[in-house]
Design a binder for this molecule. Sequence first.
Ligand code: PGA
Length: 253
Amino acid sequence: MSRRAVIAGNWKMHGTVSETRSLLRGLRARLAARALDLEVVVAPPYTALGAAAEELSGSPIEVAAQNVHWESKGAFTGEISAAMLLEAGCRWAIVGHSERRQLFGETDANVNRRARAALEAGLHPIVCVGETFAERQANRTMDVVRRQARAALLDLGAADIQTLCIAYEPVWAIGTGRTATPDQAEEVHAELRRLVAEVAGTQTAERLRILYGGSVKPDNIDSLMAEPDIDGALVGSASLEVESFARIVEFQL
Ligand code: PGA
């Protein structure tokens, strides 16, 4: 079965409103000539989401938030609800990024709540999982990613699982320039697809898009995308520059 690829740019804490507008104008112009046969998503900071949606209106490029809270409103200082994101023009929300887990105390249980709230609101979650270097050294990669994915997908039905994407992002590859080799990534993607088959059936597992993230660049995207279970990429620093992100979007098989 062929799955529609997803290339998503995670801008992290980069991009004022004016920087966002200028980057997206450039990206939109650069990709305009091309009929996109994949999904292209950008995730600027919260303050620039509205401007991003405005710049991309009428374009196939969609907007993601970098997180979402599970409640619809209330006394949760610093948090943003799914309805707020939808109103700002988002269609997607990243949840469980390793920086959220490591620096801001995000837990497996919270990641599940965030993913569920996003789905209920009609957003597509991008659920991140990935092992640290110490966990890989200790041969615990599969245990860790299985635990994280199983917890994130808890109580989700087949339709929900087909609406979201899982992003496999080995922590040791994020922002380090040390990409997982295509073989290393494929091994984990295939394992994640087996896990989803166990919890939601083979048809759902076959439809689920599993993205790779961690130092994805123009010079390694083609070999990653050539792997059968790699359905797209979550791109950090290489998504902050028009030409490099465009080249990733235009990956060659
Ligand atoms: P990177 O970040 O591409 O800069 O390694 C990826 C991510 O954290 O999503």
